[in-house]
Design a protein around this ligand. Structure first.
Ligand SMILES: NC(=O)c1ccc[n+]([C@@H]2O[C@H](COP(=O)([O-])OP(=O)(O)OC[C@H]3O[C@@H](n4cnc5c(N)ncnc54)[C@H](O)[C@@H]3O)[C@@H](O)[C@H]2O)c1
Length: 380
């Protein structure tokens, strides 16, 4: 089996998810390559021991990402750091000749994303992708196949969103994801938006214009010492976009919601497509349930299908068992490793976000900020 030697830069919440996926790579049965962790960088030394205790293959621990990039053993990097660092870190990783899976939003704002895109264009030999795991859920994979078959016919409407609820508690302490200097002006769109955009963009639903409604409900939160400090980021965003159906030509609405204050929605990612011949709906709230309507002139009946472990990359798990978040992370990583070792993804809906899709999300979020500020419909 081929190996790809990885360094992690930013070893927090998401760094650990990648490391854990590496540790259970044996779960995958047909893949021809595997990642091996060899280097780790995080400026917080308290994070290092978990990796030291669980990953004997890591021989370099550092708090300086430049030292990791100077390590000739490192072939590829997973970078999961706060958004204000994306531009500098991603560009330096690419210039150092490493493949990169970078976290969303792929730059704190459009200017940062433009710089990352220019760097990618100057280094075409490396594989650079952005993380997004939800399309790897089996019902979403099924919807991908249906899109490829033109099951839905003329598209009537598409809804895609990512909803969180813990910010409903006004006493939840502030963290970097609620601070403009680290998270960016996009607020909830920068943090949650790429997840809601990945699948529609891949389906070819490209927003032409956007009218946005952005909301700030909680304007201060407890800081480190318990004192209230300003919380300036957008809590919720609803984007009404118009798209041209790439197969049938007519224009339809695409509604993208990213909300941090969506009561009762712990971590809900959803996608819904309504067409003249068929409809489909899925939400991570009920992750195995796929709803489908196949309309050929008879009854308009929505079927509910409880899907099992029907994954793009085969695994040891039995077909009737449930699929979850950590499985989607493993599938996403299988896809990225496949792109590195085979030069192309396994399928149109079996691949990570491309830099071009991330750049499109920046155009959309930047237009959304202008739309809300000016009360206008903005071109994307
Ligand atoms: N794909 C997903 O589902 C998903 C989920 C959550 C977050 N994210 C994204 O992942 C990225 C990181 O988010 P997180 O939730 O893991 O955050 P986190 O705060 O848990 O981890 C970030 C890590 O970066 C480290 N760091 C900060 N500055 C550094 C520096 N100068 N050098 C080295 N390390 C540094 C921090 O010490 C921390 O451990 C963000 O881009 C975020 O949007 C993606």
């Amino acid at each position: 089996m081929k190996t790809v030697k990885f360094g992690i830069i930013g070893a927090g919440l998401m760094g650990r998810e990648f490391a854990s996926a590496c540790a259970r790579w044996c779960h995958l049965t047909e893949i021809q390559a595997r990642p091996v962790l060899v280097a780790l960088c995080d400026k917080n030394p308290d994070i290092h021991p978990w990796y030291r205790n669980n990953f004997p293959s890591i021989t370099q621990f550092t708090d300086d990402y430049r030292q990791l990039l100077a390590n000739p053993e490192v072939e590829a990097v997973y970078c999961a750091v706060p958004h204000n660092l994306h531009e500098q870190f991603y560009c330096d990783i690419i210039r150092a000749g490493k493949h990169l899976l970078g976290e969303k939003p792929f730059g704190i704002d459009k200017q940062a994303n433009d710089a990352i895109m220019a760097c990618i264009a100057a280094h075409p030999d490396q594989i650079v992708r952005c993380s997004s795991e939800f399309p790897f859920y089996p019902p979403m994979q099924r919807i991908g196949h249906l899109l490829e078959e033109d099951f839905f016919g003329q598209i009537i409407e598409v809804n895609s969103g990512f909803l969180h609820s813990s910010d409903l508690n006004p006493m939840k302490p502030i963290n970097w994801k609620r601070m403009i200097e680290f998270n960016g002006e996009y607020g909830c769109m920068g943090d949650l938006g790429m997840h809601a955009c990945h699948f529609p963009f891949r389906a070819g639903y490209i927003p032409r214009t956007v009218r946005a409604v952005l909301s700030k409900f909680v304007t201060q939160r407890p800081g480190k010492d318990g004192q209230m400090v300003p919380c300036k980021t957008w809590d919720n965003a609803t984007l009404l976009c118009d798209c041209e159906d790439p197969l049938h030509g007519a224009v339809f609405p695409l509604v993208i919601k990213t909300q941090r204050i969506a009561p009762g929605e712990t971590d809900t990612w959803y996608f819904e497509v309504k067409g003249m011949k068929g409809c489909a709906k899925w939400s991570s709230k009920n992750p195995r349930r796929l709803e489908i309507m196949d309309y050929r002139g008879g009854d308009q009946a929505m079927q509910q299908i409880d899907m099992g472990y029907e994954t793009a990359f085969k695994t040891i798990t039995g077909g009737i068992f449930e699929f979850g978040f950590t499985d989607s992370i493993l599938q996403m990583w299988a896809s990225f490793i496949t792109e590195i070792t085979e030069g192309k993804p396994k399928g149109r809906f079996v691949s990570c976000v491309t830099p071009e899709e991330a750049a499109l999300s920046h155009r959309l979020f930047t237009a959304a900020l202008a739309s809300w500020k000016n009360g206008t419909v903005e071109k994307v």
